[in-house]
Design a protein around this ligand. Sequence first.
Ligand code: NAD
Length: 261
Amino acid sequence: MILKSKSALVTGSTSGIGLAIARALAAEGANVTINGFGKAEDIEAERKKIEADFGVKAAYSAADMTKPEEIADMVAEAEATFGSVDVLVNNAGVQFVSPVEDFPVEKWNQIIAINLSSAFHGMRAAVPGMKKRGWGRIISTASAHSLVASPFKSAYVAAKHGIAGLTKTIALETATNGITVNCISPGYVWTPLVENQIPDTMKARGMTREQVMNDVLLASQPTKEFVTVDEVAAIAVFLCSDAAKQITGANLSVDGGWTAA
Ligand code: NAD
């Protein structure tokens, strides 16, 4: 158990990749704060399940990742509850698919806020405590879209490229403080985020559901398989280990070979 007596905060962890990462960090002994939207009773059930499955403490923050002051308060609350935020995972993210000329301005602003700016606000709030303790792990869920683009995803691709740059910058700023800052770039992972963009992609490209799955999503992934949330979570756990302490400022692809092409 590599995270015993440590505390982790995972944004956007009521579902998908974030929930898998929160559970994997709890399995390593970390107390965790989960965050995100959803039905109150579902979130409470997930929170309790983490405590029951792994014998750690789990808290929930309803902070909205579009609101800088709520992000700062979430970090402060997690520090007050568990004594520290040793691992910060910037994972919350949303998608919107549209040609640029029709892309709603409010969708652009929302995606940049949740997928990029929230990571800045979280790091800004969590780094001082990590520096004081001389240990920290910051991991952001970027995307293959931090390295390459796809049409109709202007805000998402811009935000994810931004995460890669932000990761490198904060890695350099904290390199002598026992803190590592990295991002993980999955290809297509089978989660609600991917499933929900199928109808819009069908509309934007005039395709059937099967065509979108095979000719758009898995077309980019040479292994012809979706990545699993547990495969992404395993990389996050590795990045928290001592073995990974010289890995900082990196962007680790978990994309079935997508960005090798
Ligand atoms: P998901 O939709 O299952 O989960 C997204 C999470 O973010 C949920 O917990 C949701 O409640 C939360 N969230 C959304 N808006 C929020 C807000 N304003 N404030 C707080 N929380 C908010 O999606 P996922 O596929 O698990 O995606 C997680 C991350 O992984 C995202 O950053 C996404 O871009 C990235 N990613 C996903 C894939 C994929 O194929 N699924 C691939 C590469 C990268």
